[in-house]
Each structure stands twice: as C-alpha cells, then as structure tokens.
Design a binder for this molecule. Sequence first.
Ligand SMILES: [Ca+2]
Length: 123
Amino acid sequence: MKRVILASGLLALLNCAQAADVSIYQHCNYQGYRIDLPQGNLDMNKLISMGMKNDDISSIRVKAGAKVTLYRDAGFRGGATIVTTDISCLVSKNFNDVMSSISVSNAPKQARHRKVPNSNAIT
Ligand SMILES: [Ca+2]
C-alpha cells in the first residue's frame, strides 16, 4: 500500500515537471509565437537562440508559485518588473515590446516540484 502511494506521488511530480512554469508570447492575449522558459537567468542572446526576437514580447503566462523578473535591457539591466501571474498584455505593465532579459524562479513552496531522477520506481 505504501508503494502505491509513493508511486502516485512520483507521478504527480512528473506531471508537474513536464509543463513549463513560464511561457512568453509575441503578441497580447497569448498570440503569435510562444517560448516555454526553463528556470534560471535567461539573457538576451539565450532568448534569441530559443527563438525570441528582441523587444517583441507582449504577454506572459506564469503558473502559480513561479516568479518572473522582466528586464528592459540585456544583462538584466534597464529597469525591471516582477510578474507572478498571467499577464494577457504587457502594455498594462508598461512593458510591451521591450523585454530583453528575464529571470525565472519558483517560490519556496514550489521547490519540491523537481524532476524525478529515476522514474523506474513507478512501475
Ligand atoms: Ca529591450
């Protein structure tokens, strides 16, 4: 019985790890291209290598517990705004088409949502 409970717990963790916590979108209302972001500090060149155009992002989805800091300039400079929820149009934050670097982190209560290194335990 204990095994079953452990297995379902691991499954929940895996499901959690699969979906991106943060996605950025080209246009307002989650339109245009979408880029799923991993945790960490993502500078302009990294974002461009992931398919972003500089100064082009207009909306963002942020799952509960995640925290995102948007920066106007590359190198995490030029003024920042913190986002912890979905923003359907960054015009409302005065941040439309300006973001050049971004920092993605999780609040402490989400820290347990990590990838499970060995999923064999489920079977
Ligand atoms: Ca910029």
